[in-house]
Write a protein that binds this ligand. Structure first.
Ligand code: UTP
Length: 319
């Protein structure tokens, strides 16, 4: 039993995390024809490694990655590479050796294969035998939360306070709601959160709609890629027929639970988030994270300033 004074991090040890990474990544073709989009580098580290690091920071070290055809490189990335490690050791390159070993030692990573990419809901349902009867987290393999911001820890605390399921929400411009699952919400008395940086309201979710038209959207609160789910979700997924795009939608299964009175809460995130499966967002993530790096940042930012100046000057001359 956790004491009333234990932190969210301590209490979170019972949880496992599921990272669906079996999607086709069609928005990033042709790069993702042979390379999993979850391994596209953000500067020099694959997007998926940032996500596993975020899980570990929130106290979740039992990780299940849902993989599919062509995603074998993910398994290699989170394993030891004896020949590479021996070569780096021989050269005395201890910094690179550490960086190569880090991904293999970061967490306890397991894998399940989703035979066919039949949707996010179907991918999460593949995790049922691994999760069992526990509350667990889901982190999308292409959704990056800036390491300076808190999200998963507060979500675990909200789940402890209310039970049921908790999803991360973010305000998006009204004309973009059709790219997301969207939530109808009502106010709720929020529990005290120990690390509230980048957290706005905590709300109760009364309904959910997957990719609504702006006219049908119940709000401009979009579901982003972090969830804390109770095991009832598996039964709901079993009862959820394929929805939008012929895929089993996680949003539809949560909508079913909400309609049956199961508590579903939303934590509104106000920090920085990047959809690395989207080319524009991917570029923004690379530029910002490179600019903030101690080793690369100073010279990169200087070059960026010069580049922008030249680019704008050339444009104004040619127009
Ligand atoms: P996305 O919808 O962003 O992934 O799913 P996608 O289908 O690969 O994207 P595009 O639109 O074709 O570019 C969010 C996360 O869920 C995983 C994806 O790998 C991604 O990390 N996913 C999606 C699965 O694991 N299985 C699926 O059947 C669908």
């Amino acid at each position: 039993m956790s004491s009333p004074h234990s932190t969210a991090r301590e209490r979170a040890h019972a949880y496992k995390v599921v990272i669906p990474a079996a999607g086709l990544g069609t928005r990033f073709l042709p790069a993702t024809k042979a390379i999993p989009k979850e391994l596209l580098p953000i500067v020099d580290t694959p997007a998926l490694q940032y996500i596993v690091e975020e899980a570990v920071d929130a106290g979740l070290k039992q990780v299940l990655v849902i993989v599919g055809r062509g995603k074998e490189a993910i398994i290699d990335h989170f394993d030891h590479a004896p020949e590479l490690e021996a070569a780096l050791e021989k050269k005395g390159d201890s910094d690179r050796l550490k960086s190569v070993q880090r991904s293999a030692e970061l967490a306890d990573v397991h894998y399940i294969r989703q035979g066919e990419p039949r949707g996010l809901g179907h991918a999460v349902n593949c995790a049922a035998p691994y999760v069992g009867q526990e509350v667990f987290a889901v982190m999308l393999g292409d959704d990056l939360i800036d390491a300076r911001d808190d999200l998963l820890g507060p979500m675990l605390e909200v789940q402890q306070a209310f039970g049921g399921c908790v999803v991360a929400l973010m305000e998006v411009p009204h004309d973009q709601v059709s790219m997301y699952g969207c939530a109808a919400v009502e106010a709720v008395q929020a529990p005290a959160i120990s690390a509230p940086r980048s957290i706005g309201d905590v709300v109760r979710i009364t309904d959910l709609v997957e990719k609504p038209t702006p006219e049908d959207a119940p709000s401009n609160l979009a579901i982003i890629g972090r969830y804390v789910l109770s095991p009832e979700i598996f039964d709901a997924l079993d009862r959820t027929p394929p929805g939008r795009g012929g895929e089993v939608q996680l949003t539809d299964a949560m909508k079913l639970l909400a309609s049956e009175g199961h508590p579903i809460h939303g934590v509104v995130f106000t920090g920085r988030r990047y959809d690395t499966g989207d080319r524009g967002d991917y570029l923004r993530a690379v530029v910002r994270l490179a600019a903030e790096r101690e080793d690369l940042g100073p010279s990169f930012v200087e070059w960026l300033g010069e580049f922008l100046h030249e680019f704008q000057t050339e444009r104004s001359v040619s127009s």
